[in-house]
Design a protein around this ligand. Structure first.
Ligand code: PDD
Length: 277
């Protein structure tokens, strides 16, 4: 229950941030969630790289890679060195009187902590998901702490007993509320192109590499809801999700998809699991 805040390790209930912190007041911050499997950092460089890219996009002047030793320390301090875990990292623009423009000479607020993640048995999960309208803004490529649209979508799904949402923009699937989506059709894998409509998932990119290794063709092309009838398998990926197959899809009150196959999802899960061990 220890967190790292601006250079100090503190009990989480003793760590304080100003009410004028811009991540608190405006959602003016970037976050990252980076996994450690059995104490070993998994794709940490890629996560820090995305953090840096996002910070640059909103002109927060901070060296993401300077956090590398602290991220590792969070795992050992939390006693998660031989477990599956993740580290949450948040970089806020900092504390300043409330303005809509970027204030000058603010010092970033850095928060970081480790938490356990369950990987064991992930191959037994099978999710029922709900289609929701993608009501987010047009810069979903930025991993911003302003997650209200994602939170509202996921609340709708979970309160109705679903595991996750598949978000659609103009009828095309973009991603989940906190996952990337893959579709399998004719033995080929389809996923939304990495543009401003989605977050370029680190797990997504790793799965695309695994497909190349397994000689599975990948097309970065958005899938329309009307194409679901032609889809054989769907799976979701993410740092806290790994690779999870979609069992059913519901749109409004109607079942619009039931999984037909699972071969490609299972093959990818198997190699994914091996790489994390
Ligand atoms: N979410 N898309 C969205 C909108 C996400 O929030 C996430 C991750 C992903 C998957 O990205 P990655 O494979 O890099 O984890 C896709 C994190 C885990 C979260 O918000 O907790």
């Amino acid at each position: 229950d220890e967190v790292y805040l601006n250079g100090k390790w503190l009990k989480h209930d003793e760590a304080c941030v100003s009410v004028f912190d811009r991540a608190f007041m405006l959602g003016d911050g970037i976050y990252e969630v980076t996994p450690f499997y059995y104490g070993k950092a998994f794709l940490l460089e890629a996560h820090l790289n995305r953090l840096q890219t996002c910070l640059n996009k909103i002109q927060i002047d901070f060296d993401a890679f300077s956090l590398k030793p602290t991220v590792k320390e969070a795992i050992s301090r939390a006693g998660l060195g031989n477990k599956d875990a993740a580290v949450y990292i948040q970089v806020s623009r900092g504390v300043a009187p409330r303005t809509h423009y970027y204030p000058e000479k603010v010092k970033t607020t850095i928060l970081l902590y480790a938490f356990p993640v369950t990987l064991e048995g992930f191959e037994n999960k099978n999710w029922d998901v709900l289609v929701s309208e993608d009501k987010r803004w047009h810069r979903c490529d930025i991993k911003s702490t302003a997650l209200l649209a994602n939170v509202m979508a996921n609340e709708e799904a979970v309160s109705r007993g679903f595991n996750e949402n598949l978000l659609i923009r103009k009828g095309y699937f973009t991603e989940g509320s906190h996952t990337s989506i893959f579709f399998v059709k004719y033995g080929m894998v389809f996923t939304h192109p990495a543009n401003n409509d989605i977050l370029e998932g680190i797990t997504r990119n790793f799965v695309i590499e695994l497909c190349a290794e397994l000689d599975i063709e990948v097309k970065e092309k958005a899938v329309h809801v009307d194409e679901l009838v032609e889809i054989d398998e769907i799976f979701l990926t993410g740092t806290t999700t790994q690779i999870v197959p979609v069992n059913t899809i519901t749109r409004v009150e109607k079942r619009v998809y039931t999984a037909k196959k699972d071969q490609i999802t299972r093959r990818l899960q198997k190699v994914f699991f091996e790489r994390t061990r």
